[in-house]
Design a binder for this molecule. Structure first.
Ligand code: ADP
Ligand code: GLC
Length: 490
């Protein structure tokens, strides 16, 4: 199958969160399965590592944006060790900036224009390069316009007459909602600006647009697929999603094991595997304590947390349990960046207990790997979590996650209680009510497990042996692609 994946970020070209890992992991896996995959993303020149070879295609596109023509050069790269082609849309005024979507915590004021341009450039690039994809796979609001462009503008051109589109919702909290007058950037007729299509309470909503026009809609875990059809998690789009429930599929993200795998990880001080992890993990813990400025004590339980610092990630629960938590003989290494009040919370914990808490405020891919490898226990008390990757990375690295039972957290972690423990199925701790009490309860349980070595070993090893490969998820995406193609009129 010929598959074009359009995304605003992909490792190693640009990353702010899990979407980047997922776009690359899925593309790699589909490529390995023999499909012809093209990944398209904006060319964020400052974020592409210098050692990655990038070449000009000699093709450019020009898009009429409101009253001016904006052009972009198309560059080509290769996803390392794969047959996957990467196209980079080079429009420096839009994309060669200090951040992807925000700078100093503030959204760029022209985000609608930037991503409407990107979506239109993807279609134009595919047309000019005659890619003739069977499926275009859009991701999140940044590419939500693509399914609409396909139906409203490109369906009649030979390159796209048999192309289906799907959109994956990675996070419903971000919808790309802009004032109605931004329709002028979409290149689409105002007739589409109605409540059944692109309009949402008077605004333009790019994620809704994608959900309405795509042949199939996916999201990143089966539980989140159910949750978002309910008002509590639907962020106002629950009825739109429920109306597409026959075409809505939840597929749990896999783990890109060429990147996140303790037996090959180039960022950690000592590699290890499920069969022999104790010495390697102990060395990683020692190094993490050293580089974090925490006392180098092998026996103290070391917690880790790596996160976009936003309310989604449960920082309020961390604040609520902090006093109790810090009364224990524990350590914690935080890595994150995001909203000022969350950053402030993490910083203040480190100031209060410098021998127990280390806080790195910033984005550091390599440190993220070292925390996953060096910590004993991982905190992920997210208020909601479409899928979540760090709990999966934690299990793969023998680091026991404590998670809230929502979305992909509920679908990936098996609670260390009763029969799960007895049958060796437990991989972490899962609390159900989003409140400090239940979260603190699971932290206490994790400390008891830490002292109960044989049981701890069984939980660590069950997590490390868990099947988290992309292959299974990629096969599910292929089913969705086929289903999307079947929906096209003959
Ligand atoms: P989300 O996409 O909602 O942020 P995920 O758990 O799906 O959450 O993925 C987060 C990804 O971003 C992981 O690969 C994680 O390691 C990475 N990450 C988040 N914050 C940072 C940071 N400050 N530094 C380095 N990596 C980070
Ligand atoms: C989003 C979600 C996260 C998910 C990631 C990749 O950022 O918040 O839960 O893992 O997308 O799908």
């Amino acid at each position: 199958m010929r598959i074009l994946i359009a995304t605003s970020e992909a490792v190693p070209f640009a990353k702010t969160g899990g979407l980047a890992d997922v776009a690359t992991g899925l593309a790699r896996s589909l490529g390995d399965l023999g499909h012809e995959v093209t990944l398209v993303l904006p060319y964020h020149r400052r974020f592409v590592p210098a050692e990655i070879p990038v070449e000009e295609t000699g093709t450019s596109v020009s898009i009429r944006m409101d009253e001016r023509d904006v052009s972009a050069e198309i560059w080509r790269a290769r996803l390392a060790n794969t047959p996957v082609d990467v196209l980079l849309i080079d429009q420096p005024a839009y994309f060669d900036r200090g951040g992807l979507y925000t700078e100093s915590g503030v959204d760029y004021g022209d985000n609608c224009e930037r991503y409407a341009f990107f979506s239109r450039a993807v279609m134009e690039a595919a047309r000019k390069l005659e890619l003739s994809p069977d499926v275009i796979h859009a991701n999140d609001w940044q590419t939500g316009l693509i399914p609409a462009l396909l139906e409203a503008k490109y369906r009649q051109t030979p390159t796209f007459s048999k192309t289906a589109s799907i959109i994956t919702v990675h996070n419903l909290a971000f919808q790309g909602r802009f004032p109605g007058w931004c329709m002028k950037y979409t290149g689409l007729d105002w007739k589409y600006f109605n409540w059944l299509q692109m309009e949402f309470w008077g605004d333009l909503n790019l994620l809704k647009t994608g959900i309405v026009f795509a042949q199939k809609v996916t999201t990143v875990s089966p539980t989140y697929a159910r949750e978002i059809c309910q008002p509590e998690f639907g962020c106002g789009l629950d009825t739109v999603l429920a109306s597409r429930s026959e075409d809505l599929v939840g597929i749990l993200n896999g783990v890109d094991t060429s990147e996140w795998n303790p037996s090959v990880d180039r960022h950690i001080p000592q590699r290890y595997s499920a069969g022999s992890w104790k010495a390697g993990k102990a060395a990683c813990k020692r190094e993490l304590q050293r580089e974090s400025g925490l006392p180098e004590r092998p026996d103290v339980p070391l917690f880790g947390m790596i996160s976009r610092l936003t309310d989604q990630k449960g920082l309020d629960l961390i604040a609520d349990v902090a006093d109790d938590f810090l009364r224990n003989d524990v350590q914690i290494a935080f890595l994150g960046t995001g909203e000022a009040h969350c950053e402030q919370l993490v910083r203040s914990l480190a100031l209060r207990a410098p021998d127990k808490v280390s806080a790195v405020i910033g984005f550091d891919e390599q440190l993220a790997h070292r925390i996953e490898a060096g910590a004993d226990i991982y905190l992920m008390p997210s208020r909601f979590e479409p899928c979540g990757l760090n709990q999966q990375y934690s299990m793969a690295y023998g680091t026991i996650p404590i998670v809230h039972a929502v979305g992909g957290l509920a679908d990936s972690v098996v609670d260390a209680s009763g029969p799960n423990l007895m049958h060796g199925r437990a991989t972490g701790f899962v609390f159900h009510d989003y409140a400090a009490g239940p979260f603190a309860g699971k932290i206490r349980e994790s400390l008891r497990l830490y002292d109960a070595r044989p049981t701890r070993q069984s939980v660590v090893e069950a997590g490390m042996k868990r099947d988290c490969s992309w292959e299974r998820s990629a096969a599910e995406y292929l089913d969705v692609y086929r289903g999307a193609l079947e929906k096209l009129p003959d």
